[in-house]
Design a protein around this ligand. Structure first.
Ligand code: FES
Ligand code: FES
Length: 158
């Protein structure tokens, strides 16, 4: 059985990866990483989003083998000095999420958005960037508010 070695949150992990195994299956099923969600598995819900080389990427849409040698970040890897990332803190305080199933993917997408865009982010820009993240609990407006708060906080810290 072929194996893949991926660098996730600063640590190398090696596991069996048959041809065609998706990055999502590798992270979720093989490595059983907390904070990696398997949703639609067809690229539409955003639940499986991880950062690949700093870009928000749907893990169900690429193979594990294609990702060897690239650095990955999952929700767990966002922690700073043992504490939560400002975007995680904002989601906790302002998003009032229910089941939290959509949260890891939305948080990671928001981190990239805030780091890449000029400030301040508008509601429209946030909705556009996170529009592909389905929240079955209907918390989209609260997610937008949380990203706006995080954007302001991170803008002050930079
Ligand atoms: S599980 Fe990958 S986009 Fe839904
Ligand atoms: S809080 Fe339940 S799917 Fe978003």
């Amino acid at each position: 059985m072929p194996c893949a070695t991926l660098r996730v949150n600063g640590r190398e992990h090696t596991a069996e990866a048959p041809a065609g195994m998706t990055l999502l299956e590798f992270l979720h099923d093989r490595l059983q990483l907390p904070g990696v969600r398997a949703g639609c598995e067809e690229g539409t819900c955003g639940a499986c989003t991880v950062l690949v080389g700093g870009r928000a990427t749907r893990a169900c849409m690429i193979t594990a083998a294609a990702c060897e040698g690239k650095p990955f970040t999952t929700l767990k890897g966002l922690a700073r000095n043992g504490g939560m990332h400002p975007v995680q803190q904002a989601f906790l305080r302002h998003a009032s999420l229910l089941c939290g199933f959509c949260t890891p993917g939305a948080v990671l997408e928001a981190v990239v958005l805030i780091e890449d865009e000029t400030r301040p982010l508008t509601h429209r820009r946030i909705r556009q960037a996170l529009g592909g993240h389905v929240c079955h609990c209907g918390m989209h407006h609260r997610i937008v508010a949380a990203v706006e708060k995080a954007d302001r906080r991170m803008g002050r810290l930079k």
